[in-house]
Design a protein around this ligand. Sequence first.
Ligand code: DGY
Length: 408
Amino acid sequence: SMDLTEKAQGILRGNDRGGYTLPTKGLYPYQWNWDSAFAAWGFATFDADRGWQELETLMSGQWEDGMIPHILFHRPDPGYFPGPDVWQGRGPIPSSGISQPPVAASFMAKMLAMDPTGEARARAMWPALKRWHRWFMDWRLDRGAVCVTHPWEAGRDNAPDWDGAMRAIDADDVGEYTRRDTSHVDPAMRPTKYDYDRYLKLVQIGVSVGWDHEKLREINPFRVADPTMTFTLLRAQRDLAAMGRRFGEDVSEIEEWIAVLEDGAETLWNPEIGGYDSRDVRAGRFNGVLSNASMLCWYAGINDARALPALERMLAAAEYGLASYDPEAEGFESLRYWRGPTWPIMNYLVGSGLEEQGLDGPAARIRRDTARLMEAHGFAEYYDPHTSAPAGGGSFTWTAAVWLGWAG
Ligand code: DGY
């Protein structure tokens, strides 16, 4: 509806800090990597110039080694912890020391289709995206699947995928700190103190080696091959290659990366759960977790009939869209962040992938449910998949972007 479209545009404008967009005021007062890519696409639906600018600002935080960090701390904000003093990133802009799911190239491809006059700007960013994609290939692979070195890197902060690897982290010496997230949002909707101790311990380990990725590959106790990363990078490499061909670039290396990642994705297939799983590389085992990230195969261009029964079962077990964790699994929590709630951004990635692969039934269901959530409750960070209750932060940028670009 027109009314909701105006509201969604208003959220993007309201979270705009001049060149970059906050995920939401208060809870997330900086530029987050994949949030920003969604924001760029949302802006592109009504202000193409502002959309391109968002991606350019994100690229401007790229480290010399190619990494584009998960948070850019453009201006200090005491309302967020851990800030730039804790992270001690070593890029041109104060930043965190990890990355995030690389969806920027894929949104850039969409934006180019919407606004061909932006071609020169897309071309100018293409080499930076390639360097970022190479960084993943250099430092994050395990048997061709992409690993995360921190739960925050996957974006799915407290997903059950990480429970085993988190138990192996000794955080007794993490020290005193004050969380800020729980002053903005009900603690019942956020990760626990147990989780936070380990999130910070992993940051301290990264800082102790100056975010040297080679050293971290050896010493970091947390290294999990993850479907979020593997599938988003595989998709992003395909989009990068397609844009490269259009720009007259040599894309043979990217084609090799695509083949490596396709093989890597297969190493995530866990027949025991009938789905793509995360693999704890340190412990050498599957985590046994069916999540919404398991369903990103179609988005990655892998039309896998083996994954359909689990998708249909997860959809049947929830009232509103795709839950972030199998609603029938033990430990499912309908309001706790990535342990159950339904997320419009993941619904979009999964749903649009299903659309592209011609799986119209589940695609339509996910899209319609996603729209219903926003029609009923506006643009929350995530929602209870059984009751539709809004949860987490409100006036959320990437949820508004999903309305503008897809669900609305
Ligand atoms: C947070 O602070 O909760 C963020 O998700 C970290 O990226």
